[in-house]
Design a protein around this ligand. Structure first.
Ligand code: SF4
Length: 704
């Protein structure tokens, strides 16, 4: 291919945040390759990243112009941008005047760029006057946010990818990085290949591809993670494999943690977890002897009604061993989406305030209000993801604006989500693709620019901020999300939205971070373009960035100490299995698909790996229910059902089944949508739903 131009950008899929070089030839045809200079992936890309050029150039599914319906009985019709935004502003104004600001809400995405996230928050919290803005990141990592805050005083990931090559022990819990964070996994794999003494412990009820690298696989019963982490803590304490000096000098609440850890004997814990005492002892032995211990986790811990307890009990292990704030060590929550971290930084959740300021803190709210020049910000958290759809259903929320996410497939109890959207007075959907099932519910459909069609920044799992350049013009009348937001704000008559480009939004946000723990006032677009990516904080113009936090052992808590937390609950309290629903359903991802397949579904070669949804089931259970490999089965929960082919395996425990979450409508039927089954039960603190534990029954499908 004759290259005409090349641009370095960041992958639009997972939170690993790999660097991608996009090449455009003289005919405008794109190709992609791993950015060899980028420190995250050093030229590597996984199957999803390697095919992003096809996604970017196939515009057949794109929403090309604004569309509006005057009433629910009318079809969507093409309108101009002015008409669309005037109508949106008129409806929002009318609803707010009649029912108050809390009668509207925004539901956004961890795929939004930081500038978009920031502006959506400014608009909602600062000017509309409601905290009803939440994000699909609520479904992925809000339990980790709370865990970090409770332990370290702030949502601050202490570690960098560079620590991987310095560690000699990894505890990977509730995560399958081999499929879901492949390039990160490749770095761990390579490190172990070069250093055979490196030990890897995997905690997962399923034997996933990540287990291929495991020295110890703790195949626990679903929902027993806290018991396991407490048992490991107990063993470490009993064997005096803890860092007494660190605990004494730099932590608090050790005794409460110890008391909780000693509530169950190792025998009792092993029995509850469904593993042996020897396995617990072996895992504790490896952790206790490690020079550099890293824990990594994602949805298996976060997506639970005891997600916060799972997080704090795992974080306790880093504090017990003093393995934080030093090379090759630390607790590392991996993010699923490319800019979940950026969203956290700008306060992109109903319970957060911009720049890691605290929504419950009067001074912080006043600072933000004065900076924005807007309305007083409410102290109480707004509606979180599931609460927002509950409120639509009960009529207290009248209008919702959905940006870059597909809740009809991704939210738990999907049938309820559809009912809620039908009940809403006004639904705005701002997205790139008609393939999102949520567009069917739009009263106003707004075409957004996609990856490569706009500029902005993102932050990956290790706090690394990168600049994404505009490479292509958006198709049709699509415009960047950030522009849609500022044009709507101006239609609403709000001051402070007179931006000309995303760079001005970024500069304002950087200024706002000054003096905070996430200070990036030294990081301009110019610096990012010229010098590459930086890990926050970057508090002045010559600051090199901060790969590792807490090297000074000064935590962001009031007493500057890291806090042990005694988990409130030991076991998952999700719905119980019963005679009618005897199996536990676990949902998750497969290697080559992403979220609800609006992007990966466009690439044929990505569907060759796993072309359709399936129910993974243990051979013993399959025999019990009279099922063979490839049989069609109905899976039914208390909320709905799906019909999928059965995949028989010994990699999953008896009484547990697994269903991937990516598929929505198949052949125009919702038979394969995993979230028909899941429940909207949430963690009481993080409000994160439990996608990993619901009761189902499985029956062979009989043709009528
Ligand atoms: Fe993209 Fe994640 Fe794959 Fe890297 S590992 S190429 S960020 S999907």
């Amino acid at each position: 291919m004759q290259r005409k131009e090349s641009h370095n950008t960041i992958c639009s899929y997972c939170g690993v945040g790999c660097g991608i070089t996009v090449n455009k030839d003289s005919k405008g045809v794109l190709s992609v390759e791993g950015d060899k200079t980028y420190p995250v992936n050093r030229g590597m890309l996984c199957s999803k990243g390697k095919n992003l050029n096809y996604v970017a150039q196939d515009t057949s599914d794109r929403i090309l112009f604004p569309q509006m319906r005057w009433s629910r009985n009318h079809p969507l019709q093409k309108v101009g941008w002015d008409t669309a935004l005037k109508r949106a502003a008129a409806v929002f104004r009318s609803i707010i005047e009649n029912h108050g600001p809390d009668s509207v809400g925004f539901y956004v995405s961890g795929q939004c760029l930081t500038e978009e996230y920031y502006l959506a928050n400014k608009l909602t919290k600062g000017f509309i006057g409601t905290n009803n803005i939440d994000t699909n990141s609520r479904l992925c990592m809000s339990s980790a946010v709370v865990g970090y805050k409770k332990t370290l005083g702030e949502d601050a990931v202490p570690i960098a990818y560079a620590d991987i090559e310095l560690a000699d022990c990894f505890l990977i819990a509730g995560a399958n990085p081999a499929w879901c964070h492949p390039i990160l996994f490749r770095r761990i794999e390579k490190h172990k290949e070069q250093n055979p003494d490196v030990k890897i412990i995997v905690v997962d009820p399923r034997k996933t591809q990540t287990c291929a690298l495991a020295d110890i696989h703790l195949q626990i019963l679903p929902g027993t993670d806290v018991i396991l982490f407490n048992a490991i803590a107990r063993r470490l304490i009993e064997r005096k494999k803890i860092d007494f000096a660190f605990i004494k000098r730099y932590t608090s609440n050790f005794e409460a943690c110890k008391k909780r850890a000693f509530e169950l004997s190792l025998n009792e814990a092993a029995k509850k977890c469904g593993i042996s005492v020897d396995e617990i002892k072996a895992a504790a032995g490896v952790i206790g002897n490690a020079k550099g211990f890293i824990s990594m986790w994602t949805m298996g811990l976060n997506q639970s009604v005891i997600g916060v307890d799972k997080n704090v009990s795992l974080l306790n292990l880093s504090l017990l061993t003093g393995q934080i704030g030093k090379p090759g060590s630390g607790p590392f929550s991996l993010t699923g989406q490319p800019n979940a971290m950026g969203g956290r930084e700008v306060g992109g959740m109903a319970s957060l305030l911009a720049t890691h300021r605290d929504l419950g803190n009067d001074r912080h709210r006043k600072e933000v209000q004065e900076f924005w020049g807007g309305k007083p910000i409410k102290k109480e958290a707004g509606l979180t993801a599931t609460e927002m759809f509950d409120a639509l259903e009960n009529g207290s929320l009248k209008a919702v604006w959905i940006i870059c996410t597909n809740p009809v497939v991704s939210m738990p109890n999907s049938n309820k989500i559809e009912a809620a959207l039908r009940k809403a007075n006004f639904v705005v959907v701002q997205d790139i693709s008609h393939k999102s099932e949520t567009t069917d519910f739009a009263d106003l459909l707004l075409p957004a620019a996609a990856w490569l069609e706009k500029e902005g920044t993102m932050t990956n799992s290790e706090r690394r901020i990168s600049y994404l350049p505009k490479v292509l013009d958006p198709p049709g009348e699509a415009v960047p999300d950030v522009e849609i937001l500022w044009r709507f704000a101006r239609e609403m008559g709000y001051p402070g939205f007179d931006y000309n480009n995303a760079g001005e939004v970024y500069d304002e946000y950087c200024l706002m971070t000054k003096g905070t723990n996430i200070d990036i006032s030294g990081l301009s677009y110019e610096r990012l373009k010229k010098e590459g990516s930086f890990q926050w904080p970057v508090p002045h113009k010559t600051h090199p960035g901060t790969p590792r936090l807490f090297q000074d052992k000064q935590y962001y808590t009031v007493d500057n100490k890291a806090h042990f937390n005694a988990p409130a609950k030991l076991e998952n309290q999700s719905e119980r299995t019963s005679e009618e629903y005897p199996l536990i359903l676990n949902t998750g991802r497969v290697r080559d698909q992403w979220h609800t397949r609006t992007k990966t579904g466009k690439v044929k070669r990505l569907s060759t790996h796993i072309p359709e949804p399936f129910l993974e089931m243990n051979k013993v259970d399959a025999l019990l229910y009279g099922l063979k490999e490839g049989d069609l089965a109905n899976v039914t929960s208390r909320r709905g059902s799906v019909r999928v082919k059965v995949k028989i395996s010994f990699d999953i425990r008896e009484n547990v089944v697994f269903l991937p979450m990516h598929w929505g409508k198949l052949l125009n039927k919702d038979f394969s949508r995993a979230n028909n089954l899941t429940s909207e039960l949430i963690d009481p603190i993080s409000k994160e739903p439990d996608f990993k534990y619901c009761a189902v029954r499985v029956e062979k499908y009989q043709k009528p």
